[in-house]
Write a protein that binds this ligand. Structure first.
Ligand SMILES: Cc1ncc(COP(=O)(O)O)c(C=O)c1O
Length: 292
């Protein structure tokens, strides 16, 4: 097996899923639910929704905010396309704010310069494991009543001023694609402390079906204008994570400390090799932040 850190833990979980005969998530508490609970304990947010990709997670996080078509969402001008495509998918308008040339991370001043009466939210990308200056960004967001989405696809276990990124804005999204800190091949996570964001996100990513966890009550059929329904309360896609992905993701999460330590070691080697190379400048790190 290649050194990408897959082993007996992943295989054991996968065997259990195959032996169970149930590969989709369904409504029972199995690997995907266990992964959600473990991720919440690890990263901090109260409500966690595991999905089939990071791009789905970006879109679902935005849907969780209850945006309307035509709303403007500020995005970094330099970021993977997965950040702005979900804005378009929701019928909203991405407005590109410039980035800090030292880090390629969106800056608070650039966000403020893009605000119009139609701006509802900003997506902050913690790029390459580098936390954004969330103190300055949340100050601008509060001033203009903007929701803040933290895209942590490339930033697990990073801190800014003592807080883990993904717990600072209104909602966070993560990717579990092959190149990320931990992976299930493809996969994504939405995480928030706000039960309303979680509920809207669940409906959006689960074809409108309210499979809420964490003790949140689904409305009965009578709450939907008296109509008998099969439980589809809103428009939505099927962005669910499968049990096969959940099995691998859970095993990977249990090893994240080990991966982080190795990553740190490798970054140290690269940085020390580059330190004396003419014309190469190492990325700036904002004060009181812990990249990963
Ligand atoms: C910052 C960022 N956001 C979102 C995504 C989308 O994640 P996925 O590839 O899992 O769809 C990625 C990359 O993969 C990313 O780097």
């Amino acid at each position: 097996m290649r050194e990408r850190c897959f082993g007996e833990e992943e295989l054991g979980n996968l065997r259990e899923v195959i032996a169970s005969g149930q590969l989709w998530r369904g409504t029972e508490d199995r690997f995907v639910s266990r992964f959600e609970d473990a991720f919440g304990r690890h990263a901090g947010p109260k409500y966690v929704l595991a999905l089939n990709s990071g791009t789905s997670a970006d879109e679902t996080a935005l849907a969780g905010l209850g945006l309307e078509p035509g709303d403007e969402v500020i995005c970094p001008a330099a970021a993977p396309i997965f950040v702005s495509l979900p804005v378009v998918a929701l019928g909203c308008i991405p407005v590109f704010a410039d980035v800090d040339p030292r880090t390629l991370i969106i800056s608070a001043e650039a966000i403020e310069a893009c605000v119009t009466p139609r701006t509802r939210a900003v997506v902050v990308v913690h790029l390459h494991g580098q936390p954004a200056p969330m103190d300055e960004i949340t100050a601008v967001a509060e001033r203009h009543d903007l929701k803040v989405v933290e895209d942590c696809a490339q930033a697990f276990d990073c801190c800014h001023q003592g807080r883990t990124v993904g717990t600072i804005g209104d909602v966070a999204c993560f990717s579990l694609q092959q190149s990320k800190h931990i992976t299930s091949g493809e996969g994504g996570i939405v995480a928030t402390d706000d039960p309303d964001i979680y509920k809207r996100a669940m409906l959006y990513a689960n074809c409108g079906m309210p499979w809420y966890r964490y003790g949140l009550e689904a409305p009965g059929a009578e709450a939907v204008a008296g109509l008998a329904t099969r439980g589809h309360l809103a428009f939505g896609h099927n962005y669910r994570m499968s049990e096969l992905q959940g099995a691998v993701a859970l095993a990977q999460l249990e090893k994240i400390g080990e991966f982080n330590a190795r990553r740190k070691e490798h970054v140290g080697i690269v940085e020390s090799e580059l330190a004396d190379v003419d014309g190469v400048e190492l990325a700036y790190v904002y004060p009181d932040t812990q990249p990963n």
